[in-house]
Design a protein around this ligand. Sequence first.
Ligand SMILES: NC(=O)c1ccc[n+]([C@@H]2O[C@H](COP(=O)([O-])OP(=O)(O)OC[C@H]3O[C@@H](n4cnc5c(N)ncnc54)[C@H](O)[C@@H]3O)[C@@H](O)[C@H]2O)c1
Length: 320
Amino acid sequence: MTYQLNNKKILVTGGAGFVGSNLVRALIKQHNAKVTVLDDLFTGHLKHLDGLDYEFVQGTVEDVNLVEKLVSEHQVVFHMAARNIIVSNKNPREDLNVNVVGSFNVFAAALKYGIERIVYTSTSSIYGNPQTLPIAEDDRKSFLSFYSASKFSAEVYAKAFHEVHGLPVSIVRYSNVYGYNQSPSNPYCGVIGKFIDAAFKNEDIRIHGDGEQTRDFTFVTDAVDATISAAIYDKAIGNEYNIGTGVEISVNKLAELIIQITGSKSSIVHIDKRDIDNIRRRVVNIEKTRHDLKYQPLVTLKNGLTETISWQQKHYTMSS
Ligand SMILES: NC(=O)c1ccc[n+]([C@@H]2O[C@H](COP(=O)([O-])OP(=O)(O)OC[C@H]3O[C@@H](n4cnc5c(N)ncnc54)[C@H](O)[C@@H]3O)[C@@H](O)[C@H]2O)c1
């Protein structure tokens, strides 16, 4: 059985952010949904939503009254608002307040007002350094950052709301998403945006550590499709899903690919690791997602990088 999002009133927290804005676009364009975005614009930008017909409310998920009011006016919620890993490690209390208490506020309001579907966006950081690869959803969790602790705490609350009160919540765990609207001028931007920017400028591509650390990079349209499916498929309720590609690539290889596609004269240099660079290998098992959500990542890394490079060239003049 499936649930239809068409013409539904949908609240997207964090909808002005990177993944959130791509989701809002898909909900409006593909599902004709009536979308409200709640965002405090901490890292989000309204320019990501240019040309779309939506409502915007500037505010924080920490504000219980605001969250309750907004949730009560909608049928579906995608909860994506979060402080990122760098902020989380610098200021764990801020991370706790937004990522855990803010999420609790959203889940509690969703229960109180009988939301029909709610999706929470978590992260594959919760697996730490995995014992086996590719990582399956039930594998050991390990918390090598405050961010992973807060994101998983919110998952646990989501599950409790589901198990105790039947909240129709699903959880998606993203693995390194990249693509449109990942602004390279954002200091918290992922590695791909930064490497592309350096490549445009023919500057050194600076890799923290030896570059042999691996990741599973997911193009944003694939992540968005899976997130929407998590709201649509009944089977997803009360469940959690890895969202990735199942393809492992080292950061050195990623940098080489970016140099090759851009035709840049950049060199790769290795610099000191940061405290957040403590996960050696990551690639996720997507079999459960394929099975339950009919998920199929459609964009290869090479095609996704080519798309991201042309998007970044068009939207950012940082290279000039
Ligand atoms: N991008 C990735 O690779 C990735 C990987 C794993 C998980 N995630 C998760 O996906 C979600 C979206 O991440 P993103 O990459 O788009 O990051 P982002 O920083 O671009 O988006 C987060 C959005 O939430 C907003 N926000 C932050 N605190 C808020 C608050 N207190 N109240 C309201 N809005 C607030 C920000 O302004 C921003 O628009 C997050 O929950 C993140 O933890 C992302």
